[in-house]
Design a protein around this ligand. Structure first.
Ligand code: PSU
Ligand code: MN
Length: 307
């Protein structure tokens, strides 16, 4: 039995060198409420197909690592209340014990790399949490970007994190952080964080060329493409800052720690913005899927030319 179960569509596309874009599943089970999570997951797949690539949502179902889910599997996962949240530390344990779990950015990168998928679209990556100098809470996503060769497209990182420290750790791990179409590093719901991005590229072909150049140089690790939320969907930083401050204070008062931190904050911010954070989140994920498909198309075209 193979390690990864792929849908026929994904398997054929990979075998033929056609573009494929991986998608994570924690955003479905822990990042958004039902039923918007399922609607988002379906629309993201449509956007990737419209962009000329094949979507491959990654998740562990009954111990099997999947790349590409059927409509029924996607719907079942979106309704699951007790799916585990899997990162590098727990992926193999979940598979070994026959469990069901959603993959974070880190675990999705591992699944994508094993399947042979080079591009992955998500909402935002995990990072260094505020107060990490006390809590040591730094997402395994950053370590994974440092060692697994997948180009990840996200709308920056959320201001619930310590963004300057997150950029520092990415630099230390050798991860190129490339803002697409602007100089500033985007902050998820807002187009600007107030921090400059280390790199800027405006064309998917440039991002694809940099991805291939890293492979040629045999530099392990991925790239992070920071794609700003579309203007008409953004929530201004000035509006988000107090909401984030309140959610963080509540998380601390309730003693939320470990894996529970990110889902707790997302849910509280959803409530405090009366759902507007979710609308913005969906818009930015779709926008990231669009760009990821373009990058995957460029990588596939460049690889085909080399043959
Ligand atoms: N950012 C989002 N939505 C999410 C997540 C991040 O906008 O759902 C999820 C991703 O799966 C990411 C994970 O990999 O949270 C990071 O969790 P932690 O901070 O526990 O590493
Ligand atoms: Mn954490």
């Amino acid at each position: 039995m193979s390690l990864i179960e792929m849908t026929e569509e994904v398997r054929e596309a990979l075998a033929a060198g056609r573009p494929v874009v991986a998608l994570e599943s924690t955003i479905i089970t822990h990042g958004m409420p039902w039923p918007q999570n399922l609607e988002m997951a379906r629309r993201v797949e449509e956007v990737i197909r419209a962009g000329g690539a094949v979507p491959a949502t990654i998740a562990v179902l009954d111990g099997r690592l999947h790349a590409g889910l059927t409509e029924a599997q996607l719907e079942a996962l979106a309704q699951t209340k007790d799916a585990a949240k899997l990162s590098r530390a727990d992926l193999a344990a979940c598979m070994a014990t026959g469990g069901t779990g959603a993959t974070t950015v880190a675990a999705t990168m591992i699944g994508a790399a094993r399947a042979g998928i080079e591009v992955f679209a998500t909402g935002g990556i995990g990072g260094v949490h505020r107060g990490a100098e006390q809590s040591f809470d730094i997402s395994a996503d950053l370590e994974e970007l440092g060692q697994t060769a997948v180009t990840v497209v996200g709308a920056g990182a959320k201001a619930i994190l310590d963004l300057p420290k997150t950029l520092e750790v990415l630099e230390t791990r050798g991860v190129p952080v490339i803002a697409c179409g602007q100089d500033g590093f985007p902050a998820f719901w807002s187009r600007e964080s107030g921090l400059p991005a280390p790199l800027r590229m405006d064309k998917p072909a440039e991002i694809a060329a940099a991805h291939l150049m890293r492979a040629d140089l045999e530099i392990p690790g991925g790239q992070f493409v920071a794609n700003p939320i579309p203007e008409d969907a953004e929530i201004a930083k000035s509006e988000m800052d107090p909401v984030i401050a309140q959610a963080l204070a509540e998380a601390e008062a309730e003693g939320i720690a470990g894996k529970a931190v990110t889902p707790y904050l997302l849910q509280r911010i959803f409530e405090l913005t009366e759902g507007r954070s979710l609308d913005a989140n969906i818009a930015l994920v779709l926008n990231n899927a669009r760009l990821a498909a373009e990058i995957a198309v460029e990588i596939a075209a460049a690889r085909a030319k080399r043959l």
